[in-house]
Design a protein around this ligand. Structure first.
Ligand code: FUB
Length: 371
């Protein structure tokens, strides 16, 4: 993946400072706190609007999927580490080989690292690169969904199960039939569960057409509809798809598909869906423009109408998030690269309050910090 131009980051960093000069301090805590100061805030401040909490400083974590299980917040992140693989546009430097699960009893409270929940060596079909996971719960079983390249270096999505939310999880013999690409996010809508997935560039979505792998990087022309995230309803056992994956169309306010050349708004990776007051919110990373954008629909399949940006670029190339409601408040989990001094493949998870506005929009979070 490419390194973002520093000038763009610096410009976004200046915006909150200009706002302060104009009398607004809404971004001040997010932009002025170093990682250590944020940890300090964790001890001293109540759950305020502008506080950014860190998940852990004990290991590198990224791509956080947060859920409330058994009254606690559980976080399912990627586990970054330095594998020595050089950086490239396909994300080879994200060479992760296991997952840890974290939990906390309260916002800003102590965080428990439950240790290795799933290891590459315990997935029979896996080759390399354990990327952004997610989890779901049904009956007395917890399901852990993870993308990893198979032994032919093609991303597939696997599922592993456990009797408790922290694992350890036991992986199935094979990936989910019909799954491909990466970044699974499983959304529960009443009795139904849907998996959203996909990502371009390193996520290989551009190498698939109609569920078939053709192996070539093929992108639509700039004026054509962008490559879409996929969605499939899950079977009752949550171990397979109940239907072939379909495209999730993202359109502008006029109903026109967001085009491949519209890098500020088009889908790149990191789909997440939550529901707020009956509306379905699809949020996703715009990749090379580094935003978390969002779009809304009246059903889980879409089309979703583009609404704006909910998280501006953070330190590091990638931007990846999840949204969860806990005890009445909404929380945005995300990562940046502040703990490693800006190294894109060594990230750390953070979280902060998220606000839905009365008109259905979401208040934009600006969490950029300098390393
Ligand atoms: O962590 C590896 C990849 O980086 C994820 O799968 C993407 O969403 C990006 O965050």
């Amino acid at each position: 993946m490419k390194n973002q131009a520093n000038s763009f980051r610096k410009l976004t960093c200046l915006l909150p400072a200009m706002a302060i000069l104009l009398g607004s301090i809404s971004c001040m805590d997010r932009t002025d706190k170093t990682a250590a100061e944020a940890s300090q805030a964790m001890q001293e401040e109540p759950a305020g609007d502008n506080v950014v909490y860190e998940l852990t400083r004990d290991l590198y974590t990224a791509d956080p999927s947060a859920h409330v299980f058994e009254g606690k917040i559980y976080v399912y992140p990627s586990h970054d580490y330095e594998s020595g693989i050089p950086q490239d546009d396909l994300g080879s430097h994200f060479n992760m080989k296991d997952y840890h699960v974290f939990s906390m009893d309260s916002v800003g409270g102590p965080v428990t690292d439950h240790g290795v929940a799933l290891d590459l060596a315990d997935v029979p079909w896996a080759g390399r690169q354990m990327w952004a996971p997610d989890a779901a719960h049904k009956g007395d079983t917890y399901y852990f969904y993870f993308p990893v390249k198979d032994k032919e270096d093609i991303f597939r999505i696997g599922v592993a199960t456990a009797s408790n939310p922290a694992g350890p999880f036991s992986a199935r013999e094979n990936p989910i039939a019909g799954s491909y690409s990466m970044d699974p996010a499983v959304f529960q809508d009443g009795e139904d569960y849907y998996m959203y997935f996909g990502g371009i560039w390193g996520g290989q979505l551009q190498r698939w057409k109609d569920g078939e792998y053709h192996g070539e990087d093929v992108y639509p022309a700039d004026d054509q509809p962008a490559l879409a995230p996929k969605v499939a309803k899950m079977a009752d056992d949550l171990l397979e798809f109940a239907e072939p994956p379909r495209d999730v169309l993202i359109v502008d306010a006029g109903g026109n598909p967001i085009t491949a050349g519209d890098n500020e708004r088009r889908f790149f990776e990191a789909a997440w869906v939550h529901q707020y007051e009956g509306t379905y919110y699809l949020s996703y990373s715009t990749g090379d423009t580094h935003n978390i954008a969002y779009a809304t629909a009246d059903n889980p399949y879409g089309p979703f109408i583009y609404r704006g940006v909910l998280l501006r670029p953070v330190l590091g190339w990638t931007n990846h998030h999840s949204i969860v409601q806990y005890k009445g408040d909404w929380w945005l989990f995300f990562h940046d690269s502040s703990m490693s001094g800006g190294q894109t493949h060594l990230r750390n998870v953070k979280y902060t309050r998220l606000h839905h506005n009365a008109d259905g929009t979401i208040r934009t979070v600006d969490a950029l910090v300098e390393p």
